[in-house]
Design a protein around this ligand. Structure first.
Ligand SMILES: Cc1cc2nc3c(=O)[nH]c(=O)nc-3n(C[C@H](O)[C@H](O)[C@H](O)COP(=O)(O)OP(=O)(O)OC[C@H]3O[C@@H](n4cnc5c(N)ncnc54)[C@H](O)[C@@H]3O)c2cc1C
Length: 647
């Protein structure tokens, strides 16, 4: 076959090109580089690599677990957060470690610098400034072969990952009158690429999201505001803290000094201003029709949907060490700027606040993700992968998880290896991607623990245990990293062994039990027995018998959870094994579902549209009943038998 026409005039050729350097793009690029690919990451402005478009915080319920998963597979979000975090909280701490959820506020500028530094650690990864205007596509094979930027630079690649966030045909709204074409405040929208994707025939839809105004912290009266300090000085998202992390150019190392947040509220007068001006809101005045994230509502939404609420809490969050700017969390709005200022001035402590940036809403293109296969490859175009907000999700962590999976798979395809699909039973990333490609989205998709069937065994503390085997299979780690991982897993095993073999006597145990509010001990028992009690810490028990000093504290917590909740975990792990077995029943791409008369009409339609890769995925398609699944298996086995007899 003749080489495609576009192989001429290429400035460089990579295995993988990533378009966009937000949270999806940077993880995609790093995962591809770690997989052994030569990677080019092309983004409109190198200064905005790793930019947080909205709230400067990483983690939270379910999201914090994704950060840990990305980190376990060699990603950078956790490491960047450790370099930039200025306030940390472990959410759900009162509910026990099984559901703990780490969340870190970050210095926005430091986070960007950290991400760029971590990208540049990879010798095979080249950063390129440019706005991609079109993909180079070989029409005959319907395969992607590179990109061309609006500046006229052309790069070849075997696989391309698009991670353009809110930029495709992005339109910013402030009030009903102000409409600005833009992908984020102050940055141009990407229209050329969107137009080409129309020509390719992909289905495109619109979603919206919004962001609050920012204020000058020097204009705030803190006298009566509630101060919220960091829970602890240093929390490590990343296991990579076992060796020196890079110092950013100004010498900042892990965990910069912590900063406080401040709590205030929107009260009656603020509510009245919003009610009076509601028709001027872009979202309520008819300027925007698309759907937004239900769980990050605008302040207009809150006032309309919860009219009885007397006040709405607002958090004033520092933007960084080098600025006095504050992010007003809870006040996302698309009202006109003068109204935003009026609302701010109604808030206690903000009576004289100066607004540095107005809040806004943004509408953008996304591509219904049922157009992707389970590796995040576009079904209609070989070599093209989508990750992040472009797939209808919202949130940095959701973007990062997809980016990692897409980058990994793009690299593997470029290098002639099989695709890798993370299972629902092994990760939240697996849940996220499976939900996207199997069920699609009808509102911006955000992760919650309730989306996972395995939320007791898929936790933030055990990401390495769950995912290291995949990282090893994909050869993602250096020898040094592998040694750290093996040490961590060995520590967990050793902690369990120690707990199950070592005994503890009442005089050693009772002070620990007293502190935990648990009944004293009558006679000596194995440590594992006591660690099963609610509130009793395995680490404290080890300390009481003066053992396990050499084991890492994180590994001891994981071992404690394994002991405490063993009964529940067994049930989930049985279910996971069942799902894995169904996952091994693969469904080829060419099954003529339309001809399988023993399946219901609805099932035939849905299976034809989604083309699941395994029986487990087929089982999760809404409308495909257990009877249809049984009939599907029978039909496939019948066809296999017929094919065998023909041979
Ligand atoms: C105004 C606003 C408010 C938001 N509010 C929330 C919220 O309340 N809650 C929440 O969870 N999430 C919110 N988000 C979403 C969050 O920012 C995204 O989910 C996340 O950043 C998505 O990551 P991404 O990597 O997909 O895209 P982004 O982080 O947007 O990165 C896109 C990257 O692509 C680059 N790019 C775009 N087009 C091109 C091109 N043609 N060529 C080269 N480079 C290109 C951009 O420069 C950028 O680097 C908000 C986003 C915005 C803009």
């Amino acid at each position: 076959m003749a080489p495609p026409h576009f192989t001429e005039h290429l400035e460089a050729t990579f295995d993988v090109i990533v378009i966009g350097a937000g949270h999806a793009g940077t993880e995609a690029a790093v995962a591809a580089a770690r997989s052994g690919a030569r990677v080019g990451i092309v983004t409109s402005a190198l200064e905005t690599i790793g930019q947080m478009s909205c709230n400067p915080a990483i983690g939270g319920v379910a999201k914090g677990t994704v950060v840990r998963e990305v980190d376990a597979l060699g990603g950078i979000m956790g490491r960047a957060t450790d370099l930039a975090s200025l306030q940390f909280r472990m959410l759900n701490r009162s509910k026990g470690p099984a559901v703990w959820a780490p969340r870190a506020q970050c210095d926005r500028g430091l986070y960007r610098r950290a991400v760029r530094t971590l990208l540049e650690e990879h010798a095979s990864l080249q950063t390129i400034q440019g706005t991609v205007g079109r993909l180079l596509i070989d029409a005959e094979s319907r395969a992607v072969g590179g990109v061309e930027t609006l500046e006229g630079r052309r790069f070849g690649a075997s696989a391309v990952v698009i991670t353009t966030g809110t930029f495709l045909r992005g339109r910013i709204h402030i009030g009903t009158e102000t409409k600005i074409s833009g992908g984020r405040a102050g940055e141009s929208a990407a229209t050329h690429l969107a137009e080409q994707l129309d020509d390719v025939g992909l289905v495109v839809e619109r979603f919206k999201t919004g962001t609050p105004p920012r204020i000058d912290g020097r204009s705030v009266d803190y006298t009566h505001l509630e101060r919220q300090d960091s829970e602890i000085d240093a929390f490590d998202y990343s296991w990579s803290h076992f060796w020196p992390t890079p110092r950013l150019t100004d010498g900042v190392s892990r965990h910069p000094a912590q900063m406080p947040c401040w709590i205030t509220f929107l009260g009656e007068s603020g509510k009245r201003i919003i009610e009076t001006n509601i028709a001027k809101s872009a979202m309520y005045g008819g300027a925007i029709a698309s759907r937004g994230p239900r769980y990050c509502p605008s302040v207009e939404d809150k006032i309309v949907k919860f009219p009885a609420a007397e006040r709405h809490q607002l958090f004033l969050e520092p933007e960084g060490h080098d600025t006095s700017e504050l992010y007003v969390n809870g006040l996302s709005t698309s009202l006109p700027a003068p109204v935003q200022l009026e609302i701010l001035h109604s808030v206690p402590g903000l009576e004289r606040a100066r607004m540095t940036r107005a809040g806004y809403a943004i509408e953008y293109d996304y591509y219904p993700p049922t157009q992707l296969d389970a590796t995040l490859q576009v079904k209609a175009l070989r070599g093209l992968f989508f990750a992040g907000q472009i797939n209808g999700t919202t949130g940095y962590e959701e973007a990062a998880g997809q980016g990692l999976a897409a980058g990994l798979n793009a690299a593997r395809q470029a290098l002639g290896k099989d695709g890798i699909v993370l299972g629902r039973e092994s990760s939240y990333i697996g849940v996220l991607i499976d939900d996207l490609v199997t069920r699609g989205v009808d509102e911006p998709y955000r992760l919650f623990t309730s989306r996972s069937e395995f939320r007791l065994t898929v936790r933030q503390d055990n990401a390495i245990r769950r995912l290291a085997a995949i990282g090893i299979e994909c050869e993602l780690y250096s020898a040094r990293e592998l040694a750290v991982i093996e040490r961590r897993l060995a520590d967990e095993d050793a902690a369990l062994r120690l707990a199950e073999t070592a005994s503890i006597v009442p005089t050693q145990a009772d002070p620990v039990l007293l502190r935990a509010g648990s009944a004293p001990l009558a006679h000596s028992v194995k440590i594992a027995e006591l660690a099963k009690r609610q509130g009793v810490s395995l680490g404290d028990l080890f300390a009481a018998v003066d053992s396990g000093r050499e084991l890492s504290a994180d590994a001891i917590i994981t071992a404690e959870l394994e002991l405490k909740y063993a009964g529940y975990f067994i049930r989930e792990r049985d279910q996971a094994a069942k799902m894995r077995r169904m996952g091994q029943f693969s469904l080829s791409e060419d099954i003529p579902y339309g001809e399988l008369q023993s399946l219901s009409f609805e099932s035939r339609q849905k299976l034809t549209a989604i083309r699941p890769s395994t029986l487990a995925q087929a089982a999760r398609i809404p409308g495909v009943s257990p009877t249809d699944l049984q009939n599907l298996v029978l039909e496939i086995e019948k066809r296999r038998r017929m094919a065998m007899t023909k041979l």
